[in-house]
Design a protein. Sequence first.
Length: 255
Amino acid sequence: MHLDVLDLRNFYYRTRLGRVAQRAIRDQLVRIWPPVKGQTVAGFGFAVPLLRPYLEDARRVIGLMPGPQGVMPWPAGMANVSVLCEETQWPLPTGHVDRLVLMHGLETSDNPMAVLDEAHRVLGPGGRIVIVVPNRAGLWARRDATPFGQGRPYSGRQLEGQLKEHGFRVERSMTLLFAPPSESRFWLRTSTFWEGFGRNLPWLAGGVLLVEASKQVYAPTRGTLASAVRRPLRVLEGVGAAVPSAKRPSEGVDP
């Protein structure tokens, strides 16, 4: 079940813990994908807190919000780019998107496989996707006071396997949010330290799993011109060749 858009807005924009989570995930996303001019960047679920760095340079930024969640205008004080949509039918042409972010869109969906199919459809050849989901091994999935305590948490292997089944190639996988999901002043003030510390300890599980993947573009499997030449039609074989004819033996000559 999708979360309510007002609860998501209040968490990310009106609580200290939500702003800490937003900054940690967004900063890592920008490290992976620095803003590039002329690209189309889209987010599905409640990914808009991560998209602000792309507003200036992108050709277009689109915030897709599923109907069961609800929609809110975004960004504040600027022309609205958020759109209400069906979770498995996005109002985008095939191959239109260069970069796609899913946050609070996969783990809360009743049909995650169809969501991944739609993500694959809207991405152009070589397009990239980043999916942010609760980490099954982390603390954030165990506290339902945050959005990451809702829906189905994933392990890295589970999410990577689903991506591969839907035509994506996994490029990298990491965990984020190493500080506990606490409103304690100590944890909030030291959150930046814990993010840097946690990334250097591969055995330490962060609360959020972030996986980047690229859209696979497969070579056509139908016969090409070369294969057609290797398998030529045999209908015209023998045309132009001499046709043997039977000659009647001359009279008086033994055959």
